[in-house]
Design a protein around this ligand. Structure first.
Ligand code: NAD
Ligand code: TYD
Length: 355
């Protein structure tokens, strides 16, 4: 079986739902159920004995030890993190606590348990750390895309905490021989993404007739990957990745933020037309994010040539599916836009002047 951390969040839940369907392998899912963790994401598995949700913190070392000893996983797949850059700007402490100290705790407990396994079980075990392209910093318009040997240059408290965890994972392989793998992926989108991130926030605000906040001049570039393609990449790395290696994962789909927002608006114009005209009229340029990285781009040639992985979903198709998913799941959205969500929105957007 697999021990997954953070499997009630956006990517982790998609990974568990896909994996159980595709492989049937059982999963123990350790999740703190922060604002971003939602057991409802796994509703399709209710009553399925192959999924066990354990409400707990990766920093709870006794709990992690017990889960490893009781379930003897063949791999740990580590998604748990604080994941939103804007929140890391307002409150970095939690990012250090979960992303850095939490990853350290998980590595320490895994190392201790793994050290007691038979030689062949030790050899076959994997610790897969799910990380981000943001650790590489920011690119200029004509710079080559990030590859696995691009030097780390994180710019936000979020990316610095993820970079730190990547270094710890690397060190545990190098020093103790723990069989680790790391993936550094670009921006994901798809079902179950919490509406604080750009795409679901825009869909949610548009449907509510609220302004669509675009930071700065809207020309910052991200490389977008459909979450299902990310999950496939993680499964391939787990299956065939070389121990100690890192793999960049990307969609080959660089877009300016303003173009992403406009495309969402046009999809909504088709699916849910407004009597007052296009949703694009709600687009509002607002004060930029401090330290806002200009451009991310991924060179995914290593995972392609070594493991045969390529993204299957085009951005247009993936985005259309995503918009449809949010239109079809108003209850899910209503459930997560709680009072705490509204206070976050006030904190992040109310004080922002127009750009
Ligand atoms: P998310 O914020 O949607 O989910 C994070 C999950 O981790 C939640 O379920 C939360 O409850 C859980 N969690 C947080 N702190 C925890 C703790 N201390 N102990 C146990 N569980 C805890 O994040 P996501 O977008 O699904 O991202 C998952 C991973 O993928 C993260 O490591 C992130 O850095 C990485 N990543 C995300 C993206 C992206 O575009 N979303 C891209 C590349 C990499
Ligand atoms: P986000 O989804 O927060 O991901 P990340 O910062 O990890 O790339 O943001 C994606 C891009 O969209 C990023 O350049 C910031 C921008 N953005 C906005 O313009 N407005 C918003 O309200 C948000 C949340 C993001």
């Amino acid at each position: 079986m697999l021990l997954i951390t953070g499997g009630a969040g956006f990517i982790g839940a998609n990974f568990i739902l896909d994996s159980i369907v595709q492989t049937g392998e059982a999963v123990v899912n350790l999740d703190k159920l922060t604002y971003a963790g939602n057991p409802r994401n796994l509703e399709a598995l209710r009553g399925d004995t192959r999924h066990l949700l354990v409400h707990g913190d990766i920093n709870d070392r006794a709990l992690v030890r017990r889960l490893l000893t009781d379930h003897q996983p063949r791999a740990v797949v580590h998604f748990a993190a604080e994941s939103h850059v804007d929140r890391s700007i307002h409150g970095p402490a939690e990012f250090v606590q979960t992303n850095v100290v939490g990853t350290f705790s998980l590595l320490e407990e895994t190392r201790g348990w793994w050290g007691g396994l038979s030689e062949s079980a030790r050899r076959d075990f994997r610790f897969l750390h799910v990380s981000t392209d943001e650790v590489y910093g920011s690119l200029g318009p004509n710079d080559a895309a990030f590859c696995e040997s691009t030097p780390y240059a994180p710019n936000s408290p979020y990316s610095a905490s993820k970079a730190s965890s990547d270094h710890l994972v690397r060190a545990y392989q190098h020093t103790y021989g723990l069989p680790t793998l790391t993936t550094n992926c670009s921006n994901n989108y798809g079902p179950f993404q919490f509406p604080e991130k750009l795409i679901p926030l825009i869909i949610h605000n548009a449907l509510a007739g609220k302004p669509l906040p675009v930071y700065g001049d809207g020309t910052n570039v991200r490389d977008w990957l459909y979450v299902g393609d990310h999950c496939t990449a993680i499964r391939e790395v787990l299956r065939k990745g070389r121990v100690g290696e890192t793999y960049n994962v990307g969609g080959g789909s660089e877009m300016k933020n303003i173009d992403v927002v406009t495309t969402v608006c046009h999809l909504l114009d088709e699916a849910r037309p407004r009597s007052s005209g296009s949703y694009t009229s709600l687009i509002t340029f607002v004060e930029d994010r401090p330290g806002h990285d200009r451009r991310y781009a991924i060179d995914a040639s290593k995972i392609h040539s070594e493991l045969g992985w390529v993204p299957r979903q085009s951005f247009q198709m993936g985005l259309a599916k995503t918009v449809d998913w949010y239109l079809d799941h108003p209850d899910w959205v209503q459930d997560v836009v709680t009072g705490a969500y509204r206070s976050w929105v006030s904190q992040n957007y109310l004080g922002r002047s127009a750009a």
